[in-house]
Design a protein around this ligand. Structure first.
Ligand SMILES: NC(=O)C1=CN([C@@H]2O[C@H](COP(=O)(O)OP(=O)(O)OC[C@H]3O[C@@H](n4cnc5c(N)ncnc54)[C@H](OP(=O)(O)O)[C@@H]3O)[C@@H](O)[C@H]2O)C=CC1
Ligand SMILES: CC(=O)N[C@@H](CCC(=O)OP(=O)(O)O)C(=O)O
Length: 340
C-alpha cells in the first residue's frame, strides 16, 4: 500500500525535513506540499536540496481531508484551526506544533490564550517510546516539542527514582529550532562564536515537561528549564539534574535506562562516563543519552542529544505517521547521523 500524504508548512524547516525524509520512504507519496506566504513559489528556490520543478500548494482543507494522513508543520495558531478541522473530518493528522500537547488549562497557562477546542486538548501525545499503542489508534497526534522529547527520553525511566521538586534542565538548541522566519537574534553575526540563554523562566516547554512527567505517574512538581541558543544549524543537547531518592543506587539508574530502551530502535543509552555528541545524531531520528550519579551531591545528571528537526520534530512525526498508517515504525528512518 502507498499512503497519500499532505504536508502543511512545507516551506518551513520542519517541512523541508519532512520532505527529505519522505523522499526516502518506500510507502508514502507526498501529494500536497502546502505553504502559506510561499504558495505558488518553486520548492527548490527555498530548498536547494530538493531540486525539481515542484511548486508549493495553497492550503486546501477539502483536498487535505481526502488524504490518508496530513502532517501539520505550522505555527500553533494555524495548527489549532487545521488540526481541529482535519480531526472533525476523520483525517489522521500529526501536528508538530504545541497546539494539542497540553490540556486546555495548561495550554491557557503556557500559551496565554484559551484553547478553542478543549475536547481535543490534549490529543494523543506522540512519544512512541511511551505511547505507541495509543498513537496507532489515534486520529490526531500531538508530536512532542524538541527540547521536551530530549528531556523526557532521559527522565521518564528515572522519574520514580527522583525527588519531587528537584529537577533542573539546561537545554541547548541549534538555530533551526526557531524556524525559518528571519529574526535579528538568529542572524549569523549574533549567533556565530557565541552562546546565550533565553526564555527563562517560563519557556513553554517547561509546562510540557511537567505535564508529561505527571501523565507518566511521576508528578515531580515544578521543573526549572533554561534553553540556550547554540551557534549550529541543527542539533540539540539537554542536561537534566535531579536529586535521587534516599535508597537509590547508581546501578538502579543505569538499570532503569537500559531496561527502558533495550528494544528501542532510536534511543541509545551510552555507558556512564561517555557523553553523547550532538553531531552524532544530526540527520537521524536517534536520541543518545547517558547518566552519571554524583555520590557527593546525591544527584543524577542526564545528558541527551537529538536532532531538533529529526527526533525533535520531523523524524518523530514520520515515526508517528508510520504507527498511524500501520507501517513498520522505522520505515524511512534508517539513516544514522552524519559524522564527522
Ligand atoms: N524547528 C524546530 O526544530 C521545531 C519546530 N517545531 C514546531 O513545528 C512547527 C513548524 O516549525 P518550523 O518549521 O521550525 O517553522 P517555520 O517558521 O520554519 O515554518 C512555518 C511554516 O508554517 C507555514 N505557515 C505559517 N502560517 C501559516 C498559516 N496561517 N497557515 C498555513 N501555514 C502557515 C509557513 O508557511 P510560509 O513560509 O509559506 O509562510 C511555513 O511553511 C512549529 O509549530 C514549531 O514550533 C517543533 C519541534 C522542533
Ligand atoms: C531555538 C529555538 O528558538 N527553539 C524554539 C523551540 C521550540 C519549538 O520549536 O516549539 P515547539 O516544539 O513547542 O513547537 C523555542 O525555544 O521556542
Amino acid at each position: 500500500m502507498t499512503a497519500s500524504i499532505g504536508i502543511v508548512g512545507a516551506s518551513g524547516y520542519g517541512g523541508v525535513e519532512l520532505l527529505r525524509l519522505l523522499a526516502g520512504h518506500p510507502s508514502a507519496e507526498v501529494v500536497v506540499v502546502a505553504a502559506h506566504s510561499q504558495a505558488g513559489q518553486p520548492v527548490s528556490t527555498l530548498f536547494p536540496n530538493l531540486p525539481g520543478d515542484r511548486v508549493f500548494d495553497a492550503v486546501d482543507l477539502d483536498r487535505l481531508s481526502s488524504l490518508d494522513l496530513v502532517l501539520l508543520s505550522t505555527p500553533h495558531g494555524a495548527s489549532l484551526e487545521l488540526g481541529a478541522a482535519l480531526h472533525d473530518a476523520g483525517t489522521r493528522t500529526v501536528d508538530l506544533s504545541g497546539a494539542f500537547r497540553l490540556d486546555a488549562e495548561a495550554f491557557a497557562t503556557w500559551y496565554g490564550e484559551a484553547h478553542p477546542r478543549p475536547d481535543l486538548a490534549p490529543a494523543v501525545y506522540g512519544l512512541p517510546e511511551r505511547n505507541r499503542a495509543a498513537v496507532a489508534g489515534a486520529t490526531l497526534v500531538a508530536n512532542p516539542g524538541c527540547y521536551v522529547t530530549t528531556v523526557l527520553l532521559g527522565l521518564l525511566p528515572l522519574a520514580p527514582l527522583l525527588v519531587p521538586g528537584s529537577v533542573v534542565v539546561d537545554g541547548k538548541s541549534g538555530t533551526s529550532g526557531a524556524g525559518r522566519a528571519a529574526k535579528d537574534a538568529l542572524h549569523a553575526t549574533h549567533v556565530a562564536n557565541s552562546l546565550t540563554a533565553y526564555g527563562a523562566p517560563g519557556h513553554r516547554h517547561t509546562g510540557e515537561i511537567e505535564a508529561q512527567l505527571a501523565a507518566a505517574g511521576s508528578d515531580l512538581g515544578p521543573v526549572s528549564f533554561t534553553p540556550h541558543l547554540l551557534p549550529i544549524a541543527r542539533g540539540l543537547l539537554t542536561t537534566s539534574y535531579a536529586g535521587l531518592r534516599e535508597d537509590v543506587a547508581a546501578d538502579d539508574v543505569q538499570q532503569a535506562l537500559r531496561e527502558a530502551y533495550a528494544d528501542e530502535p532510536f534511543v541509545h543509552v551510552l555507558e556512564p562516563g561517555r557523553f553523547p555528541v550532538v553531531k552524532a545524531v544530526v540527520g537521524s531520528n536517534a536520541c543518545q543519552l547517558s547518566a552519571v550519579v554524583d555520590p557527593r551531591t546525591g544527584r543524577v545528571t542526564v545528558v541527551a542529544v537529538t536532532d531538533n528537526l529529526g527526533k525533535g520534530a520531523a523524524g518523530q512525526a514520520v515515526q508517528n505517521a508510520n504507527l498511524l498508517l500501520g507501517f513498520e515504525e522505522t520505515t524511512g528512518l534508517s539513516a544514522i547521523g552524519m559524522y564527522p
